[in-house]
Write a protein that binds this ligand. Sequence first.
Ligand SMILES: [Zn+2]
Length: 215
Amino acid sequence: MKPFIRNHQYNLIKKQAGMVQHANTSVSDRRVAESVRLGACAAVAEAFPDASKEQLDLLGKLADLRTTEEVDGYLLSLEPYLELFPQLSPKDASRLFPKVKKLKTPDFAAIDRRFLTYAGWTDIGTGRMFLVYDLDGKLAGVEGRFTQARKGVCFLCNRHQELALFSAVSKVKPANASPDYYKAFGQYICSDSEACNHHIKDVAALENFFHLVLG
Ligand SMILES: [Zn+2]
């Protein structure tokens, strides 16, 4: 079996596994526990609409998890099937952001690509934020202004966190637009991209944002 689990799907499985373990050990009402198990299996299956029987069998072991050791063992057994985020070098990043002079990048080699849905980093000096995502099979980059904001809900991982307001100017211009036309799209996003990547469970909002900005 080849890798087939993306980071955001792994995060979803992790959350559901924790819920099943809790239901199997702490919920005394059997029907309630059963409904949690069924709900978890349905949520995971829904995240893998194209999964083979073999893949679903592997994922379905989640229903029996009782101890935290079993949860850890289950999650560990899935790790060989995690898909890697594409390799990214400073050169690739420069190509994605050709207008940015002296682009600062993180140490991509030090990042565990198994646990990455998007690469995100900031350049505090210039107040810019950079996101890279594998959009429809091709690496795409969105950069924009980064303003430290209040606590709130991140548009990607939906957690209540320290946020930044990320505002990116759209690359899309109407045919008859004046030369100074511009349209920006803003979103509240985790300041800590690494933590965000450990909790993002759905890529729809991320993909929508990339499509909005890049056209
Ligand atoms: Zn987040």
